[in-house]
Write a protein that binds this ligand. Sequence first.
Ligand SMILES: Cc1cc2nc3c(=O)[nH]c(=O)nc-3n(C[C@H](O)[C@H](O)[C@H](O)COP(=O)(O)OP(=O)(O)OC[C@H]3O[C@@H](n4cnc5c(N)ncnc54)[C@H](O)[C@@H]3O)c2cc1C
Length: 556
Amino acid sequence: MDNDNKENFSQTWWKWGDSNKSFHLSDYPKLKRFLENKWEKTLIEDLNLSEDDQLIEISTFTLNDFQDYYQQLEKSQFSNENIDRLKYGFGKGYQDALNILTNKNLIVPDFVLYPESTEDVRHILKKSEEHGVAIMTFSGGTNVTECFSIEGNRKWVCALNMQRMNKVLEIDDISLTATFECGIYGPQLEECLNDKGFTMGHFPQSFEFSTLGGWIATRSAGQESGKYGKIEDMILGLKAVTPNKTIENRDYPKHAMGIDVFPLFVGSEGTLGVIVQAKMRIHKLPQSHNWVVALFKDFESGSKALRTMVQSGKHPAICRLSDHSETKMLSLLSNSEPNGLKKYFQNFMKSYLSKKGYDKPCMLMLKFIYNHTNYTTDIKQVKKLLKANDATILPAYVSTNWEDKRFSLPYLRETLIQHRILIDMFETSTYWKNLMPLYSNIKNALDQKSDYFRNGGIIFCHISHIYNTGASLYFTLMTSQEKGNELQQWNNIKEIVTSAIYDGGGAISHHHGIGKAHRKWYNQQLNNDERSLMQAIKSYLDPNDILNPGKLFDET
Ligand SMILES: Cc1cc2nc3c(=O)[nH]c(=O)nc-3n(C[C@H](O)[C@H](O)[C@H](O)COP(=O)(O)OP(=O)(O)OC[C@H]3O[C@@H](n4cnc5c(N)ncnc54)[C@H](O)[C@@H]3O)c2cc1C
């Protein structure tokens, strides 16, 4: 499979997703009413973008400067058009959206190159080093951690667009491995595998627009990680190109041959080299699945049930335990107002549950995936285990609303931003023993330290990605945006939440990565010896610091 994504790229450059799809807050009447009541104001779409308004720095890089690259590249592999510089200059975080929508002088790459082979990448890195051009590897562009913010005094910055390197190189149906070029998008990758009866099983919420290279470079986690693992559990080997070297490991199912080098590139966020190929584990397509949905009286008893379940050997592919605030939010996400029998049933359930002590219910959704169809006993055991932890089992179809919407919810996020709502996500992981204290630590820190948040902030959370030893917490945070003060407001909240995560013993990120957004805390947690070791590796692979300069590694 080999296609040129440049022409197919239908993402809106300044917001999430397919440019042919539009989402309106009026499609979510219950949510709109809830937010308007909360903030006592009518929500209107106040932030929009007229592309003509967009001012970007004029680049001094001209076609003449590109001549040196010609030896290897075609002219069609180069662009310095403003629209391309904008398209490949941003990620998809709240801060990216804010920057685009409120800043009239955007700093973007000087030009874009589209390598089509490993040789192209080698040539580009070599020439870029000679010319002092910084390389920002851009794959899907869906990172939410300011991976593409341009800092420092650079002569020129090149966005290295990996999307044309999207071939499936090998599917080994005997060993269950597959090798891909790393610019391949999630849907392309799965389609090729599915056609042959396989899956890789990596489905982040950004699946439709993110790529294998981006997943590896950011240590991504898909929603079915309980079955298939995180990306670092899936990778067997890779090929990476640095300005002067090519690193490629010989791979084996398992080995005892000393230290592996390739894991250095997992999570390297474009700072050590460009990952051009990767060999991944694949699986036979599952034959069946089953959802289990339950309500708990509180978040803590739900968390305890999850721990007991996973430690007793039951591993759902998808796990999502929402705290009470998120459970309430999920009920606001339906597109229609309940009426007639549905409304009667909902009210009946509410009062029934309230009588049973579920005043602040927390909803759990579990998806189990099987390679056989004989799962009844397993599901029964799971339900029994949950009930022993005070759960009430709900009909499995309750999960449908979330499952149907899971890839379209990001569109809603952008719509909310356009209505001047600050909405951002924070995620972490910690050991089970520390999970509830960390949860409270983060919520308390916001309540106690942020005026921006105290006056009308909403925070909700779910537990996902559960392991024998611990789990991840995923927070969504919303508040009314302070016009004219948007960036300061976000910085204040970001600082408080991330510090609370760090001080509370949580990982700075479980799957979003570091970028510029988390660099400060990433560097804090490295001791001097670790930092020197990392710097030595960086200096060896990228001596002139042209690869994503300023990311991961503290420049000071
Ligand atoms: C709505 C939404 C939902 C999301 N949901 C999830 C989720 O469920 N799970 C999750 O893990 N993440 C999620 N993310 C975050 C994001 O999708 C992931 O970080 C993803 O892995 C990024 O992949 P990408 O191809 O878009 O990479 P990019 O954004 O293009 O790049 C990310 C970083 O990796 C580097 N990089 C990219 N490709 C290469 C390469 N080939 N070689 C070297 N460096 C490279 C870039 O330079 C950059 O520093 C979500 C983001 C959004 C906006």
